[in-house]
Ligand binder design. Structure first.
Ligand code: ZN
Length: 296
C-alpha cells in the first residue's frame, strides 16, 4: 500500500486550534512556498470544515485527486497523450531550461514508439502516469472490466520496459470513468488524477472521432491563446491540463513565465497531494520489480 492517510491531519481539532491562533494574531503563514493570505478564509467556518474532511480535494474512498489546497500558490502542469517525438523533445527541453518539473500522462502505444523519451522524463525528475494503452474511452459500451484492466496493464508494461519503473498515477482518456475503472485502479494500487484548468489545446491536433460537434467548430488556438487561457484561469491548487503537441510546445516557455509572474510555483502531482488535508503520500514511479534499466 503506497498511500498513507495520516489520521492526525484529518482530525478537526488541530485545524481549529491553528485557525483560532491565526485569526487572533492576524498571522500570515510563511514558508519557502508562496501562500495566499488565509485570513479571509478563516472568517468562513465552512472552509475549515471542508478542509478537514477534504472531500473537495481528494476522494479517499475512490482515491481520486481533484485539486490542490487553496492556501498554497502552487499548480501542476500535466501533459497528456504523448510522447510524440519532436513535440515531446521540445517540451522536455523547455522544462529543463526553465527548471520546472511536470507530470506526463502517457499513452502506452506511444511509449512503445518512443521509449527513450519516457526514460528521459524520469531521468530529468518528471512524473510519468498511465493514460491507457490505446487512448480508448473506458466507458464505451464494449468496454468490459477485463478490457479496462488490459488497457491499464499494457500501458504500465510499456512504461516499465521504457524506464524500469511503474506508475501509481492514472488519468482516463477524456476524463471518462465509471465504477469498473475505479475498481481496477484499486486492484492496481493506482489513483486517479483529475484536472481543473483546460487550455483546450487539443483542438486542431486530436483525432476527429474524439471531438464533439461543438469542439469541431472551435478555431484552432494560437500559442498566445493557450498562454492567455491558462493565465486567466490560474488558481491556487490548480491542475493544468495540456497535451503533448506542437501548439503547446510553442506556448510552454511563455506559459511557464506567465505562471511564475503571477506568483505561482509549479509542482509535481505527488508534491501537491502531500499538502492535502488527507496528507496523501505517493511514490509516483516506484522501481519495477525484477527489471533493471539495462534490460530495457
Ligand atoms: Zn488523452
Amino acid at each position: 500500500m503506497r498511500l498513507r492517510f495520516d489520521p492526525l491531519r484529518s482530525s478537526i481539532m488541530p485545524t481549529l486550534v491553528v485557525a483560532g491562533v491565526l485569526a487572533a494574531s492576524g498571522f500570515v503563514l510563511a514558508s519557502e512556498t508562496a501562500k495566499v493570505d488565509p485570513r479571509g478564509q478563516l472568517a468562513a467556518p465552512i472552509y475549515w470544515v471542508n478542509r478537514d474532511f477534504g472531500k473537495e480535494f481528494f476522494n479517499t474512498n475512490d482515491r481520486i485527486w481533484y485539486k490542490g489546497v487553496k492556501e498554497r500558490k502552487e499548480v501542476a502542469l500535466t501533459f497528456d497523450d504523448g510522447p510524440h517525438d519532436d513535440s515531446c523533445i521540445a517540451l522536455l527541453d523547455t522544462l529543463k531550461e526553465k527548471g520546472v518539473h511536470a507530470s506526463f500522462f502517457v499513452v502506452g502505444k506511444q511509449v512503445d514508439k518512443y521509449p527513450e523519451l519516457v526514460a528521459r522524463m524520469i531521468d530529468e525528475g518528471h512524473e510519468v502516469g498511465n493514460h491507457t494503452y490505446d487512448h480508448f474511452r473506458l466507458v464505451s459500451p464494449d468496454m468490459t472490466k477485463a478490457k479496462i484492466r488490459e488497457q491499464l496493464d499494457r500501458c504500465d508494461e510499456a512504461i516499465i520496459k521504457a524506464c524500469g519503473r511503474t506508475t501509481t498515477l492514472f488519468r482516463p482518456p477524456g476524463m471518462r470513468f465509471n465504477r469498473d475503472v475505479i475498481d481496477v485502479l484499486r486492484e492496481k494500487d493506482q489513483l486517479l488524477v483529475y484536472w481543473t484548468i483546460g487550455a483546450r489545446d487539443f483542438i486542431g491536433t486530436a483525432p476527429e472521432w474524439e471531438l464533439t460537434k461543438d469542439m469541431k467548430k472551435e478555431p484552432v488556438p494560437s500559442p498566445a491563446d493557450l498562454v492567455e487561457r491558462v493565465k486567466k484561469q490560474l488558481k491556487p491548487g490548480a491542475i493544468i491540463l495540456l497535451h503533448d503537441n506542437p501548439i503547446t510546445t510553442a506556448a510552454l516557455g511563455d506559459m511557464i513565465d506567465a505562471i511564475h509572474a503571477e506568483g505561482y510555483q509549479i509542482r509535481l502531482c505527488r508534491e501537491m497531494m502531500q499538502e492535502l488535508p488527507q496528507n496523501v503520500r505517493v511514490v509516483s514511479n516506484p522501481l519495477a520489480p525484477h527489471i533493471s534499466r539495462e534490460s530495457r
